[in-house]
Design a protein around this ligand. Structure first.
Ligand code: 7RM
Length: 635
């Protein structure tokens, strides 16, 4: 029996059982049969969630780019690997074949080497969704450099924090980017960030918008002439399975962003295996994930997972609304897209525009639809199913995290019967558990609790860069011997899971995970602000929007409140990015606090959500009188 491609529900249960009973044998077989190793492992798995330490395929040697590129050259050399669709629909799409990708990655890798980048060095990539982004990621992997991609919508302050945290030597950027009708001065943002980054000694700049930008002598270099001069032959660095492949930052509820570290062998095996099954990918399919490579979804399911399977992966530079809300469907028709993977926030935004845009295009190529990033509400699920998939393309609601590296709970299309708003069943090898507040596992069905994972899977993050203690505290301390996801979930009568959202303070706005702490930090920098707290409240399109409670320093502050609101949002834009702007700002005289001084966000959340009939236990409040005041003045 081939375990690699699951085609029936019976087979799913059979393979799932095997993956739980004999995880090592199971993953060893998958790894052995479907990948290219320079040397096989000495040991499949060793683990200890208490330390915590997890190692998969220890002792094995490989290079992930040989698996994603070289091994396809003889069979798929002229097949499109990356299909680049530009922001402007009148600019032609670019089909990059596996052979061309091989050459371009090798050239880029040689440029990196020539500029002094060595195995283990960190390279920050701050690029829009242009081919150079995927190519630079792979070029780093080719030479064993650790890439740290920072989403090119982050501000200079956010970029600088990430560059410094992982001590990046180099930044790869572009002169600017196109986003719909706008152009963005990315290089200017990089220049600002680098004022505070003494460790960066070179910046490679790709030309995208052809703007006349300042280049700093001795630091900044145009990329293209270097690529032109470089050899297209670069031997792949042989890596250990547990060598770091990349760092990707994710924001938490407190403190600075966490640099999640993913390693090479297990990440490759799991992203490739999930990609094949969750999208039922077959040889002539054209797969499109609309995420940005700046997020984990792009790393795992635009670059590594698809390329490891020799797939054609679409990379779209633009936005769903430009030149109009038909753009996604135009692209589906033009490239005959077979699998389409997007986020609930995009689905809601498209649904709001009606079906007129859809009707203009032929979507009959679509076989599988995917969603990821936040819980999908029932209305959006049905809109997607009825109008995009015409009830013929199953929806895979895929639950996973930056930390998990790959998809964890999901239907397998044509295999698992779907159910609106349910991510359904654990993927092969995944052992979920629901826990109660006392740390006991809740068995049986029709229950809800905190979602944990009981056993390691190959693509789990191994640590937080530079802070293993925080890794332990954040993920392995709430529940003994379990990985805690931070999400709540319920399990229905047949064992299907529905993810109900974060139980901590991360708020997901338009699919972006925003920690409350850094946003509050930005607000508090305003000279008139004393203190602030932000919470999420439901929003039709964004899923959640941000509501800020702000205490002004001077009670008699006479300045116009609307001006203050603008200034606060301006500060947030500068420090974090426009995505974190507040939709509502309420000025208040106090915040509900516990005796130990912690803000009771639960109460603020209820007020923001207009659910004030039952505020829950307020007995630990230091200042109950402010609650009524906040309710009376709620927006
Ligand atoms: C892939 C990604 C992770 C958080 C996660 C959840 C939420 C993601 C779903 C979902 C309900 C889903 N990585 N989440 N997918 N909630 N249903 N299908 O999004 O690190 O950026 O976010 O996103 O809360 O913990 S992430």
């Amino acid at each position: 029996m081939s375990n690699y491609h699951i085609k029936h529900l019976e087979e799913y249960y059979q393979v799932y059982r095997k993956s739980i009973r004999e995880p090592e044998n199971f993953w060893e077989e998958v790894a052995e049969e479907h990948f290219m190793w320079r040397k096989k492992w000495d040991n499949v798995l060793s683990w200890d969630f208490n330390k915590p330490e997890v190692k998969w395929f220890e002792g094995a040697k490989l290079n992930i780019t040989e698996n994603c590129i070289d091994r396809h050259l003889s069979t798929r050399g002229d097949k499109t690997a990356i299909l680049f669709e530009p922001n402007d629909s009148s600019e032609p799409a670019e089909h990059i074949t596996y052979k061309q990708l091989h050459k371009r990655v090798n050239k880029f890798a040689n440029v990196l080497k020539d500029k002094g980048i060595q195995k283990g060095d960190r390279v920050c990539i701050y690029l829009p969704m242009i081919p150079e982004l995927a190519i630079s990621v792979l070029a780093c992997a080719r030479i064993g450099a650790i890439h740290s991609v920072v989403f090119a919508g982050f501000s200079s302050t956010a970029l600088a924090t990430r560059i410094n945290d992982s001590d990046c030597k180099m930044v790869i950027a572009s002169d600017g980017s196109f986003r719909g009708s706008k152009t963005i001065d990315l290089k200017g943002i990089v220049d600002d960030a680098l004022e505070d980054c003494p460790g960066v000694n070179s910046v490679l700049v790709a030309k995208r918008i052809h703007s006349d930008i300042p280049m700093k002598e001795g630091r900044d270099l145009w990329l293209q002439p270097l690529l032109d001069a470089a050899s297209d032959d670069c031997k792949a660095e042989i890596m250990d399975a547990e060598d770091p492949l990349f760092i990707l930052y994710t924001s938490g509820s407190t403190g600075k962003p966490k640099g999640m570290v993913h390693t090479t062998g297990g990440y490759m095996v799991y992203t490739a295996y999930t990609f094949k099954n969750v999208f039922q990918y077959t040889e002539n399919d054209v797969y499109w994930c609309t995420a940005d490579i700046g997020w984990i979804t792009g790393h795992s399911y635009i670059v590594y997972g698809p390329l490891a399977n020799g797939a054609t992966s679409v990379m779209f530079e633009g936005v769903p609304s430009y030149p109009d809300f038909g753009r996604f469907w135009e692209i589906v028709e033009k490239h005959k897209v077979t699998q389409f993977y997007t986020a609930p926030t995009a689905i809601r935004a498209l649904a709001k525009e009606g079906v007129g845009h859809l009707e203009k295009y032929d979507l009959s190529s679509l076989k599988v639809l995917g969603t990821v990033g936040e819980p999908i509400n029932e209305e959006a699920w049905h809109w997607y199913d009825d109008n995009v998939g015409k009830k013929k393309a199953p929806i895979v609601d895929t639950w996973w995290q930056t930390e998990t590296g790959g998809i964890m709970i999901t239907p397998i299309p044509f295999v698992t019967p779907t159910k609106p708003t349910y991510a359904t069943l654990p993927f092969i090898g995944i052992q979920p558990a629901l826990m109660d507040e006392n740390g006991k596992e809740i068995k049986g069905n029709q229950v809800d609790g905190r979602l944990c994972i009981k056993f390691p899977w190959p693509s789990m993050a191994r640590t937080i860069w530079g802070n293993h203690q925080r890794y332990k505290e954040t993920y392995f301390s709430a529940f003994k011997d379990k990985y805690f996801t931070g999400d709540g979930a319920l399990r229905d009568e047949v064992g299907y899971y529905r993810i109900t959202g974060r139980v901590d303070d991360v708020i997901i706005v338009s699919g972006h995970n925003l920690g409350t702490a850094p946003i509050e930090d930005a607000i508090n920098e305003h000279p008139a602000v004393a203190e602030s707290a932000i919470v999420g409240f439901p929003h039709d399109i964004k899923g959640n929007a941000l509501y800020g409670y702000v205490i002004l320093k001077d009670v008699g502050e006479t300045r116009d409140h609307n001006n203050l609101r603008k200034e606060i949002n301006q500060l947030i834009t500068e420090q974090i990015g426009p995505i974190a702007k507040l939709d509502k700002i309420q000025f208040t005289s106090g915040l509900p606090k516990t005796r130990s001084g912690k803000i009771m966000r639960r109460i603020l959340r209820k007020i923001a959500c207009k659910e004030t009939s039952n505020l829950g236990d307020t007995s630990t409040l230091l200042n109950p009188e402010v609650v009524q005041d906040i309710m009376d003045n709620a927006l």
